[in-house]
Design a protein around this ligand. Structure first.
Ligand code: FAD
Length: 456
């Protein structure tokens, strides 16, 4: 041990890296962490947190309208000020980043605020200072970065989700490129903030990998909320007009003019120039670090967690992987993360909450399935007069009666699915759902009162 400066060097102080550093330190390891940007990583600085705060802001518009049906009169017509929101969110991000720093300092983790690269299986070079740190173990937790796939002429005229949080003014027209959850969340929230949003996606439907009924219903709901969809379309070039308008050209259909083009076509693992290949670390086709279930790379002293491994790219997964790594290598308990049943949400309005297998995935896995579904108007929408519906779907295995998947579209879907995810993770059967007494009046009670399977 004396040959090493530290027991663990963590590259990247995001969700996975900070958790691993703190836990390893609590097990007695000497830990150093390097961060080239702001402490906290994607989720805190330019991902989940600022995004969700924007989503909250976007939902007030409906609340003001709905309040009228319940007898409220608002003195003046509500108006929205973008700089107020943007700056309040930026301040909150700074506060959270400070808390992450305090957490690391409190755990006695040495922080280096500069880029670090792998120099060899057990050494790291700090790029600015040139310092070489000898580490018994290296954890790569460098996350991912937005990519414009494939690169196109004028692509630099678009922005990524990194920049969208800092727009100097709220655009009047926005083109969002992409059909994944990040594209949809921004399309939804900006549309509700009053921006004319067009969403362009090369696939013929949004949210690939999600349950088909959710995909179609969400697309219809977002179209109803004012988003214009251009599906089955790719951009071949972007040009800037004299007045600053960005014009996106597609092989078919008219060009699309916008003040801002947000490109959310995917993210790539952050491994470029990290020195991994030279150290013998195997990378996958997208540059992801190939790891085993215990997060070890092809080099035994180098592990990787989170988005850089491109498995399930979500914050709680990165955190859990970091925790399991630290416990397993420096603690007394070895454990691995089960990636099988992970609840997730799409914070569009309406929201998506999902856990377990979609109907298509269940069938592809060989299950004979029974589908229970319910679509209804939430109680709040009756008096407000809002044309809103909630959709819920249970995918049940006929042979075992086990609930394989729960899919919800509607208000609070994420909150509901987090709780019902416990039941699905525990292997609950449809009979378990049925014997659960409903909580009335609630939307979630529908999950335990569906009795008739879908025909056919
Ligand atoms: P990160 O949190 O990205 O941390 C990696 C860190 O490494 C970064 O701070 C980076 O600066 C640093 N770094 C990189 N290279 C180096 C280097 N060479 N030297 C030093 N430092 C380096 N997930 C959810 O669960 N829920 C959501 O609602 C959600 N919303 C999202 C919204 C957006 C717009 C985006 C982009 C992502 C969202 N995610 C969400 C995904 C989530 O943010 C990531 O899954 C999570 O942050 C991954 O954590 P990580 O530790 O792997 O990497």
């Amino acid at each position: 041990m004396a040959d090493f400066d530290v027991d663990l060097f963590v590259i990247g102080a995001g969700s996975g890296g900070t958790r691993a550093a703190r836990i390893a330190s609590s097990h007695g390891a000497r830990v150093m962490i390097a961060e080239e940007d702001r402490i906290g990583g994607t989720c805190v600085i330019r991902g989940c947190v600022p995004k969700k705060l924007f989503v909250y802001a976007s939902r007030f518009a409906e609340d003001f309208e709905d309040a009228a049906g319940f007898g409220w009169t608002l003195g003046t017509r509500p108006s929205f000020d973008w700089p107020t929101l943007r700056d309040a969110v930026a301040n909150e991000v700074t506060r959270l980043s400070g808390l992450y720093r305090k957490g690391l300092e409190g755990a006695k983790v040495e922080i280096r605020e500069e880029r670090a690269v792998v120099e060899g299986p057990q050494s790291v070079r700090l790029a600015k200072s040139g310092q070489i740190v000898r580490a018994r173990h290296i954890l790569v937790a460098t996350g991912g970065w937005p990519s414009f796939d494939p690169p196109i002429p004028g692509g630099e005229l678009g922005i990524s989700s990194n920049e969208v949080f800092h727009l100097p003014v709220l655009p009047k027209r926005m083109l969002v490129v992409g059909g994944g959850y990040i594209a949809l969340e921004f399309a939804s929230l900006f549309a509700r903030l009053g921006v004319a949003v067009t969403l362009l996606h090369r696939g013929d439907n949004i949210l690939r990998g999600f349950d088909e009924d959710i995909r179609t219903r969400l697309r219809d709901a977002l179209a109803h909320a004012g988003i214009t969809f251009r599906l089955g379309c790719t951009i071949e070039r972007i040009e800037e007009l004299a007045d600053g308008t960005r014009r996106a050209h597609c092989p078919s259909g008219t060009p699309i003019d916008a003040d801002v083009i947000l490109v959310a076509t995917g993210r790539r693992p952050n491994t470029k120039g990290l020195g991994l290949e030279q150290a013998g670390v195997e990378l996958g086709p997208l540059g992801e670090i190939v790891v085993d279930a215990a997060t070890a790379s092809s080099v035994p002293s180098i592990h990787a967690v989170g988005d850089v491994t491109n498995r399930v790219n979500l914050t709680p997964v990165a955190i859990r992987e970091g925790h399991s790594f630290a416990d397993s290598i420096f603690g007394s308990k070895r454990w691995i993360v089960d990636h099988a049943t992970i609840a997730s949400a799409v914070f569009t309005t309406p929201e998506v909450g999902t856990v377990g297998l979609s109907e298509g995935q269940a069938m592809a896995a060989g299950h004979d399935v029974r589908i229970f579904e319910s679509g209804f108007r939430p109680m709040k929408a009756t008096i407000s007069g809002r044309q809103e519906r909630i959709y819920m779907k249970l995918v049940v295995d006929v042979k075992t009666d086990r609930v394989l998947g729960v899919h919800i579209l509607g208000h609070d879907a994420g909150e509901i699915v987090q709780a019902v995810g416990i039941a699905v993770t525990m292997g609950a059967t449809k009979a378990d759902f049925d014997r659960t007494v409903a909580l009335h009046p609630s939307a979630a009670e529908e999950l335990v009162t569906m009795r008739t399977p879908r025909a056919g």
